[in-house]
Design a protein around this ligand. Structure first.
Ligand SMILES: Nc1ncnc2c1ncn2[C@@H]1O[C@H](COP(=O)(O)OP(=O)(O)OP(=O)(O)O)[C@@H](O)[C@H]1O
Ligand SMILES: [Mg+2]
Length: 397
C-alpha cells in the first residue's frame, strides 16, 4: 500500500497515531495539574522504563496537558552526564518568567526571579532588559555551573513558584532523560522540589528516565520515595498493543487478518517502538487490505534490517571495544536477564575485573540491573542484534 498514507511513526519521541494503553497514567497527570491549580498538594511524577517504551511521548503529552490547564511549563532534556541543570534550565526558565511577567500587573516578583537567575546562574550571563517586557538574553553557555546548586535551585523554584502563585497559576518542570543527571544535581533538584512543597508553592516536577533513576534517586535523597510518584512505563498488554496497530489502519479502511496481528504481537512483545516499526513495514509490504500473515513475514525481514541499520546501531555508536565484548558475551547467553557471574565466565574473566565495564554500560544506558546481581539489556531483541553484528565472538564455555 502507498507509503505516503502509512500512519505508523517509528522514531524517538515521535507521537504515535494511537497513544495506546496509557489512559491511567494520563489521568493521574491530569488530576495532578488540576490539583496544582487548586492549591492542593501534589506529588511530582517520575516515569521510568526501558528505551523505546514511550516515555518521551508521554512526557510531551503531559506537557500539553499542563499547558492546556494554564500551568506555566518548561521542558529540558538531559543529554549526557556532563550536563549542568541550571544551564539547561536557564533559557526555558527565562521565557517562562517572561510569560509570568506578561500576565501580571505587578512585576516585582518576576523581576526578582529574573534578577536571581541572572545572579545565581554563573554559567550563563543573563541580561534583563527592563524595556517593554522583561526579556533575558543568554551570552555564554560554556562556563561550568554554580557551586552551590542546592541553594540556587531551591531559590529559583521558590522564586518561580511564588511568582506563579501570585498569578493564581502554577509551574511545572518537565525533565527527559533524568537518569543522566549527576547524583549531586539530582539531589539538589529533589531538595528544591521538597522545599517548594513545604512552602505549599504550586510547583511540580514531571520527569522520565531509564530504570536506573529509581536507585539513583534513592541514593540522592532517602525521602525521594515519599516525595515522588514513580510510575513504570512498560510494554503494552495484548489489547493495547492490538489497538496501537489496528486503530490507525482502520481509520484508513485497512484491516489485519487475525493471524497477522498475532504474528506481530509475537515478534514485538508489545514493545511500543517495535509496534510502530512493524506496523510501518507491514503497511508497505502489503499490496492491499487485509494485511496478511505473508505480508507480516516479509515485513519482518525489512523491519529487522531497519532496526539493525538505525535503532540498534545508533545505540552502540558510543561503545568501546571492551564494552562491546561485554554485551556480546551477554548476547551469547540468550535474551537475559543474566547473572554477572555467568557473563564474566563467558568472557573468561572474574566478576570484579569486568565490573568497571559493566558500570560504564549502565551509565551509558545500554544495560541495567533489574535485580541485585542481575544484568539485562535496556532494549528488547538487542541480544539478536549483538549476535548479528559480531558473529565471530568466541566466548569461553
Ligand atoms: N502508547 C503507545 N502506543 C503506540 N506507540 C507508542 C506508544 N508510546 C510510544 N510509542 C511509539 O514508540 C516509539 C518510542 O517512543 P519514545 O521515543 O517516547 O520512547 P522512550 O521511552 O522515550 O525511548 P528512549 O528511552 O529511547 O528515549 C515512538 O515511535 C512512538 O511513536
Ligand atoms: Mg525518550
Amino acid at each position: 500500500m502507498k507509503a505516503e498514507n502509512n500512519p505508523y511513526r517509528p522514531g524517538a519521541g515521535m507521537s504515535p497515531p494511537e497513544l495506546s494503553g496509557r489512559d491511567d497514567l494520563l489521568e493521574s497527570s491530569r488530576v495532578a495539574f488540576a490539583r496544582l491549580r487548586n492549591d492542593s498538594p501534589v506529588k511530582s511524577i517520575i516515569m521510568h522504563g526501558l528505551r523505546g517504551v514511550g516515555k518521551t511521548v508521554l512526557l510531551n503529552k503531559m506537557f500539553h496537558q499542563a499547558e492546556d490547564k494554564g500551568v506555566v511549563s518548561i521542558h529540558v532534556e538531559v543529554q549526557d552526564e556532563k550536563a549542568s541543570l541550571l544551564n539547561l534550565m536557564a533559557p526555558a526558565m527565562t521565557s517562562a518568567l517572561d510569560t509570568l511577567s506578561q500576565k501580571t500587573g505587578k512585576r516585582e516578583r518576576v523581576a526578582g526571579a529574573i534578577d536571581f537567575l541572572r545572579n545565581s546562574v554563573k554559567a550563563v550571563e543573563l541580561k534583563a532588559q527592563a524595556v517593554g517586557s522583561l526579556r533575558v538574553e543568554m551570552h555564554d553557555k560554556k562556563v561550568s555551573a554554580s557551586e552551590d546548586l542546592d541553594a540556587d535551585l531551591t531559590e529559583l523554584l521558590r522564586a518561580v513558584g511564588e511568582a506563579a502563585d501570585e498569578q493564581g497559576t502554577a509551574f511545572a518542570l518537565f525533565v527527559d532523560e533524568i537518569q543522566n543527571l549527576p547524583v549531586n544535581s539530582l539531589e539538589s533538584l529533589i531538595a528544591a522540589i521538597h522545599r517548594a512543597n513545604q512552602l505549599s508553592l504550586p510547583v511540580i516536577l514531571v520527569a522520565a528516565g531509564l530504570p536506573q533513576i529509581l536507585e539513583k534517586s534513592g541514593r540522592a535523597k532517602s525521602y525521594a520515595e515519599r516525595l515522588l510518584d514513580f510510575e513504570e512505563v512498560d510494554n503494552l498488554d495484548e489489547d493495547a498493543a492490538m489497538a496501537a496497530l489496528v486503530l490507525p489502519a482502520q481509520e484508513r479502511d485497512v484491516e489485519y487478518e487475525d493471524g497477522a496481528i498475532s504474528e506481530i504481537l509475537e515478534m514485538t512483545d508489545g514493545y511500543p517502538y517495535f509496534l510502530q516499526e512493524w506496523g510501518k513495514h507491514c503497511w508497505n509490504a502489503a499490496p492491499r487490505s487485509p494485511i496478511s500473515v505473508e505480508d507480516v513475514r516479509r515485513a519482518t525481514v525489512t523491519a529487522q534490517a531497519a532496526l539493525d541499520a538505525n535503532f540498534f546501531r545508533v545505540r552502540t555508536a558510543r561503545i568501546s571495544n571492551s564494552e562491546r565484548g561485554y554485551m556480546r558475551a551477554m548476547a551469547a547467553l540468550g535474551p537475559g536477564p543474566y547473572k554477572s557471574r555467568e557473563i564474566a565466565e563467558k568472557l573468561g574473566r572474574d566478576v570484579s575485573s569486568v565490573a568497571p565495564v559493566r558500570g560504564r554500560l549502565i551509565a551509558k544506558g545500554m544495560i541495567y540491573s533489574p535485580a541485585y546481581g542481575a544484568t539485562a539489556f535496556t532494549v528488547p531483541l538487542f541480544d539478536g542484534f549483538m549476535r548479528r553484528v559480531m558473529p565471530d565472538f568466541e566466548g569461553t564455555d
